[in-house]
Write a protein that binds this ligand. Structure first.
Ligand code: ADP
Ligand code: ZN
Ligand code: ZN
Length: 807
């Protein structure tokens, strides 16, 4: 009998949803549940996660090759969450565990050994006293070589290598590093410090005026305890000088870790704010739960500009006071520069920012800081919900209604559900915040599942903007064919004349340019998807918005050879051109996916606009969100209701929230705002309620419809997508799956099976798509049934629990 590790190997395949047993070799005896290790798998070496240790017969088992961290990566909570995710979303445990590591593919190759970094140089000596002389030799060898592989060490130290390595690791003398993922290595710099008391230096300075460079360095060190390489260079001091001073014993050098922080040095705004009565009242409801360490979820419903962000900041301050940590989630990190600046202004370096454009190295650094509690607040997009904070006190989900909180690839999790589950494990508070809560969230709040908190007034009682709706059918009848209606043109003229700023929102749905043959009517389509290609001015290309394939614009119609091919539809580019003609004096900037490719391009445009470099900001959805520019007094929304035509139960909600959010951009300062909304269905309740920014009105109508048609929150949905290269086979598989489901869910089971029906986009990436929808009031039962089906893990089948859309 010996110790066996049950390991989940990091391969994403849903079909390999099981544990593998490996022997734990004697030198790695200290590993336990939650550790990441390197294991042989087939003829490869892969990363594995230990999820269980058992005492059993081990003959014939392969051994773990090595450990990948100095301690367990997954703590109990993380493991529990991973199991919960795999159960709830019907994915493999490996898929769920991958959510918790930076750079999903993990570590594939060998480990390097390095010496540990000490803040106090004497520390190493103290620890060295506790290890055997051979272990000391091993430590010194690593110290000399910088980074050493296991093989190199084995050449030097033979069979006892493993034991010596473990001794050094246990006494924190050395640490592990990964040879393949170089980016995950902490970045180091050498700093110089005094090695003797200041008085000694002062005495020495008086004595040695002959060496000006040395004196400059010593003088600098008297005022600043530590100098980095840049500062030394700026003092005009070379390596030789430093070396000589080190040799004389006056200064020492050591390596410290540099944090990789793309946000370092960005502008921060001041924070001298007196809370409003409403803000105080809301906080008085939240803070006791934080102080009592009692789990509770809240919905903070506050109109745009009512000061929700300030409430988040104060709640987080309370959490930090209680020495716990905070996760702050935003829908899209690129759109949320202002929230980050405000948190940074208040909490400084205690904030780490996490987003997909960080290098793996940056993410690794941030995670280490959270894990070691050197940072207490993480701000990020949905994946930050998996951050390794160790003492969770609060999770804030800002703009909770946004669709980006749902992950659209396996595991298809919804951040709300993860947040609630995670908070429940750790007795943490959850705040969902929005001006336009998701209908489901609001419904649950009304049913006391979340405590409902409201902010009804804008800070400083700024007025809601005055909104006008323009019926575009009427415009057309009056013979006006411009994309900008007359009322909007007038508004823009006045705004620019007053030197105020305007935002024009183009609803993405309505603004794409296609290429159409005048001769035969052929529209150029993607050859892999059932969708037209969209013209992009940048690069003069056609792009498929589903599979991202691009191709050049043809000169002749690919179908009939005619030269009469024309652009069709109104792209953002075209709107910009038309505006430039109408307002030749205005400085116009366009922001859409074509213009925001770079890492900070979006922020740069936003910053420039906020600084008044432009009069009019024009763009798709992304201009509607997050920013708060006081000089914006006019907002125009083009094709406000384009989404209403989508065959989906959430289209009204999307329309309402878009209108409300966009209108909320106007008149945030002390100047009144005006909004012009252009629509084709101005009588629709989502448009009407949006204009009045009346959530209650919208909710009343919407919840009636949802109940009548039996959609969430009155049922849960499970969407099953069958996709295959062969159209007939796709259909057949779907028919069979639907029959299986009807068989299982018939009778006493509460599940209605709808379909199969062809997806609105019938083909994506050469895969035909057929959908089956299950509506149920007992999701658990449905999940348990689906789990029994033998096609559960087939690669043609995608399962989406609580999908965002039925499309
Ligand atoms: P929301 O997040 O609800 O849209 P914000 O928190 O961004 O609202 O607040 C809108 C504006 O009002 C911001 O510029 C913010 O700095 C300011 N603000 C918030 N609370 C206060 C307050 N108590 N006193 C003064 N200004 C405030
Ligand atoms: Zn043609
Ligand atoms: Zn395509």
């Amino acid at each position: 009998m010996s110790l066996i590790a049950q390991i989940i190997v990091n391969i994403p395949a849903r079909s390999i949803n099981k544990m593998f047993s490996y022997q734990i070799p004697e030198p790695l005896g200290n590993v336990g549940v939650g550790w990441r290790v390197l294991v042989p798998f087939g003829n490869r070496r892969l990363e594995g996660f230990i999820v269980e240790i058992i005492d059993a017969e081990s003959s014939g088992l392969k051994s773990i090759i090595d450990i990948l961290d100095e301690g367990p990566w997954f703590d109990q909570h993380m493991l529990t969450m991973a199991r919960w995710i795999s159960e709830h979303y019907l994915c493999s445990l490996a898929e769920a565990m991958r959510l918790f590591i930076p750079g999903k593919s993990g570590v594939k190759s060998k480990v390097l050994y390095r010496t540990a970094q000490w803040d106090d140089p004497n520390q190493a000596e103290a620890y060295l006293g506790k290890v055997s002389p051979s272990a000391r030799l091993l430590y010194e060898s690593i110290l000399q070589q910088g980074a050493v592989s296991r093989t190199q060490l084995e050449k030097q130290f033979g069979p006892q290598t493993a034991k010596l390595v473990q001794q050094c690791l246990r006494h924190q003398l050395i640490r592990l590093d990964y040879a393949t993922s170089q980016v995950m290595r902490p970045k180091l710099k050498t700093v110089i410090e005094l090695a003797v008391p200041a008085e000694t230096v002062e005495a020495r300075l008086q004595a040695s005026a002959r060496y000006p460079a040395q004196c400059r360095l010593l003088t600098a060190l008297l005022t600043k305890s530590q100098l980095g390489p840049d500062e030394v260079r700026n003092l005009g001091i070379g390596h030789d000088t430093v070396k000589r001073l080190v040799a004389s014993g006056l200064v020492t050098t050591r390596q410290i870790q540099i944090r990789r922080d793309s946000y370092a040095g960005r502008r921060h705004c001041p924070a001298d704010i007196v809370l409003t009565t409403e803000q105080k009242k809301v906080l008085a409801d939240i803070i006791p739960y934080i102080n009592k360490k009692q789990g509770q979820s809240f919905l903070l419903h506050g109109i745009t500009g009512s000061g929700k962000t300030q409430v988040y900041i104060e709640a987080v301050a309370a959490v930090r006071q209680a020495q716990r940590q905070a996760i702050v989630l935003v829908p899209e990190i690129a759109l949320t520069g202002q929230i980050i600046s405000r948190f940074k202004a208040r909490f400084g370096d205690d904030v780490v920012v996490m987003h997909s454009k960080l290098s793996v190295g940056e993410r690794f650094d941030s995670w280490q800081r959270l894990r070691r509690q050197q940072a207490g607040i993480v701000i990020g997009a949905r994946s930050a919900i998996f951050s390794p904070v160790v003492r969770l006190g609060i999770i804030i989900i800002d703009e909770e209604h946004e669709f980006t909180y749902k992950q659209e690839e396996s595991p298809r999790y919804h951040t709300h559900q993860i947040a609630l589950a995670r908070a429940a494990l750790e007795d943490a508070v959850v705040i969902f915040g929005s001006a336009t809560p998701a209908v489901e969230t609001y419904y649950h709040a009304l049913r006391q599942e979340h405590k409902l908190l409201t902010l009804t007034a804008r800070v400083d009682n700024a007025l809601l903007p005055e909104v006008t709706v323009v019926d575009m059918r009427e415009e057309l009848r009056l013979g006006r064919r411009s994309v900008l209606s007359l009322p909007l043109q007038e508004l823009l003229t006045q705004t620019v004349a007053r030197r105020e700023q305007a935002v024009i929102l183009l609803n993405r749905r309505g603004y794409a340019t296609f290429i159409l043959c005048r001769e035969c009517g052929h529209v150029i389509r993607c050859s892999h998807c059932a969708a037209s290609l969209v013209y992009h001015h940048a690069g003069n290309l056609l792009r498929c918005h589903y599979c991202q394939v691009t191709q050049n614009v043809p000169n002749v119609c690919p179908k009939c050879g005619s030269h009469y091919i024309r652009y069709f539809g109104t792209g953002t580019q075209k709107v910009e051109e038309e505006m430039a003609k109408l307002f030749p004096a205005a400085r116009i900037v366009r922001m859409d996916q074509d213009t925001t490719g770079g890492k900070m391009a979006h922020d740069t445009i936003m910053d420039d606009f906020a600084r008044g470099k432009y009069d009019i900001l024009l763009g798709t959805q992304m201009v509607a969100k997050g920013h708060d520019v006081k000089n914006v007094t006019a907002v125009g929304i083009l094709s406000a209701d384009a989404v209403l035509n989508l065959p989906d139960f959430r289209s009204a909600e999307r329309t309402f929230s878009l209108l409300t959010q966009a209108a909320g951009r106007a008149g945030r300062g002390n100047k009144p705002g005006r909004v012009v909304v252009q629509a084709y269905n101005p009588e629709h309740y989502a448009v009407l309620a949006g204009l009045r920014q009346d959530y209650g009105l919208f909710y009343q109508e919407e919840i009636k419809n949802r109940q009548e048609l039996n959609y969430p929150p009155f049922c849960r949905l499970v969407k099953i997508i069958v996709q295959d290269k062969n159209e007939r086979k796709t259909r057949q598989t779907a028919e069979r799956a639907a029959a299986d489901l009807r068989g299982l869910l018939g009778g006493s089971h509460p599940g209605e099976v709808i379909g199969p029906f062809t997806a609105p986009v019938a083909k994506i990436n050469d895969l035909y798509r057929v959908i089956i929808l299950v509506k149920t009031t007992n999701l658990r039962a449905v999940r348990d049934s689906i789990r029994k089906l033998d096609w559960l893990n087939a690669k043609e089948i995608l399962i989406d629990i609580d999908p965002l859309t039925t499309m």
